[in-house]
Design a protein around this ligand. Sequence first.
Ligand SMILES: [Fe+2]
Length: 144
Amino acid sequence: MPIFWRPQFRIGHDDIDNDHRYLILLINTVELVLRFPDDPRNVEAALTELRRYAQYHFEREERIQIAYGYIHIDQHKNEHRELLGEIDALAQRLSATLEDPDGGVEGVKAQSAEITAFLRKWLVDHVMKTDMKLVPLFRKTALR
Ligand SMILES: [Fe+2]
């Protein structure tokens, strides 16, 4: 099942909210290519794009936090770093599966439901638990 952006995900800053929408699209793309992984290059391309855009988004979000004087930025940055590490670990695991003679494309298919569940939780948990703490920042000030 793909994931759809919901109003509950709204942080109240357009750049951040639009990035989250795009990350959801990328997770749906990963899900799609994992379900039909006949060409492993598609799996790698989708994950690489998710990793690239996540990093770009995290850096943008951190610059916004600095601009708004957010005091918990260090903790938030650490979480972003951990999230990127999790994607790296996932990408390594997938390429190991593809190279494994007992794994291959069938091995990737077997893991696809688990991986997409992980990615959905990966994004939604961060948005709902950590990014949500930014909401008051965008309410209090007119800087935008
Ligand atoms: Fe964040």
